[in-house]
Design a protein around this ligand. Structure first.
Ligand SMILES: [Zn+2]
Length: 288
């Protein structure tokens, strides 16, 4: 916990504290931190942390949305909105989610997506400041096999910022989470298994507030719930379901423990193990 007040770099950046406590207190009580690109990503990917901290006195989930949400799709109801008005709608939706999920703090860093992709110094400085002030035990962010450029940019900046922290200030665990492209392809032993059985109603409520993204027909709310249910049922073919809902993650902790580990080499080790597993089964079933 740093004693200096946190300063964010981008104009229009905000720190929203749903229960109205001081920023210092809200950051100090943070144990789980989700860092994502866009409004609504946290609720899709980092629900384990939100659920884990919900209603707890000794745990707190804080969320970080890195981009300003600019350039998002304009559905019929919002077709006359300017890009700025649309960004404002998305920020309000994120604050609603933070209130419903009882987040400790909600950061809206407000960086243009292009700055995140180009590794702008302000983006790294903000992330370093957030990590230094919150000192979370667990960090949830995107994973390197996601198919959205900005998501991969965010996880790259997150790992870079965490590597700059002194070793004893780094989180114990960093989980790369699924949004665009799920992680069912990971070998079972490589999956970070996040059970999200509790408070199903809360999960639905959190997704439901992002009306501007859902109203035009992108049913992220149903899709996120459906993916969790599907993961639980299709996990083990020979056993009765142990969980009702699961989210998969990729453990990214080795990347902060070993700063010389290359991002692509690391994710490729997962792809290689997946390829080996498929190859082995196909060979075995064909006399090999
Ligand atoms: Zn996103």
């Amino acid at each position: 916990m740093s004693s200096t007040p946190i300063q964010l770099k981008a104009s229009g950046a905000e720190i929203y504290i749903p229960d109205g406590k001081s920023i210092a207190e809200a950051l100090n009580r943070t144990t789980h931190l989700g860092v994502c690109a866009h409004q609504d990503d946290l609720e899709i990917m980092a629900y384990e942390g939100i659920q884990e901290c919900f209603g707890k006195k000794d745990k707190g989930f804080s969320g970080v949305v890195v981009t300003n949400g600019g350039g998002s799709a304009r559905e019929a109801q919002y077709k006359d909105y300017t890009d700025q008005q649309m960004m404002d709608v998305r920020k309000i939706e994120q604050k609603k989610a933070a209130m419903i999920g009882e987040y400790s703090a909600q950061f809206l860093l407000n960086h243009p997506s292009s700055n995140v992709k180009s590794s702008h110094a302000d983006v790294l400085a903000d992330l370093e400041a957030v990590f230094t002030h919150c000192q979370p035990q667990v960090v949830y962010t995107h994973n390197f096999a996601d198919k959205h450029d900005t998501h991969v940019a965010v996880v790259s900046r997150v790992i870079a910022a965490l590597r700059k922290l002194p070793a004893d200030k780094r989180p114990k665990k960093v989980v790369g989470c699924e949004v665009w492209r799920d992680l069912d392809w990971l070998c079972d032993k490589d999956k970070v298994v996040m059970a999200v059985d509790e408070h199903e109603n809360l999960g639905d409520s959190l997704m439901g507030v992002f009306d501007s993204q859902i109203v035009g027909g992108k049913r992220y709310d149903l899709a996120a719930r459906g993916r969790r249910l599907a993961h639980a049922t299709f996990f083990e073919s020979h056993q009765v379901d142990k969980h009702k809902a699961l989210i998969w993650g990729m453990d990214l902790t080795p990347l902060i423990q070993n700063p010389s580990l290359d991002y692509f080499d690391y994710v490729k080790s997962y792809i290689d193990r997946f390829a080996d597993e498929v190859k082995d089964r196909v060979k075995r079933m064909n006399g090999g």
